[in-house]
Write a protein of this length. Sequence first.
Length: 206
Amino acid sequence: MAETDLLLASMNPGKLQEMKELVAGLPFRVFCPVELGIRESPEETGATFIENAILKARHYARRSGRLTVADDSGLSVDALDGGPGLYSSRFGGPGATDADRNRLLLEKLVGVPAERRGARFTSAVAVVQDGEVLFQTEASVEGRIAEAPRGPNGFGYDPLFFYPPFGRTFGEVAPQEKARVSHRGQAFARLRVFLERYLKSSAPAG
């Protein structure tokens, strides 16, 4: 089968690597924006994760002319009334690093007991081609915020996200183990089903 181009629309190196691993094995030529000379990100003005995922997918599909997958994801903390939520990647302001954002989150939760540190990761995924939304889905995973970062794996808030069934943070588990239960792992499992169907439907007859 001839390979089809697929753009994974993220400028976040950690997220991009995870996205690549989650579509590995599918017969696509996978690109990221910078490989196509695309360096401008869209303004994320959506009111929900899925709105932002669609907005990003349309932005990069329009500039690349390729089948495009975009993810919008975030961490919602009960004690922060669902924050940082949609602003997870901008938490702490421009130039803040993952470590900066984790430190700020812990500062805001000083004195908050474990039973009030409930949190969830959400991932919304959209596929766009020629301006048309071909697929969208959203998934989440429940956990709580640890008292301190734990583990060298993952990226973003993973070292703070304690997942009770594992008894560890996402930063302490291997990528394959995390992918089985994570918000993005669940969303991309559904995405893979869609992409496999897409490939079959677009294959030449004969």
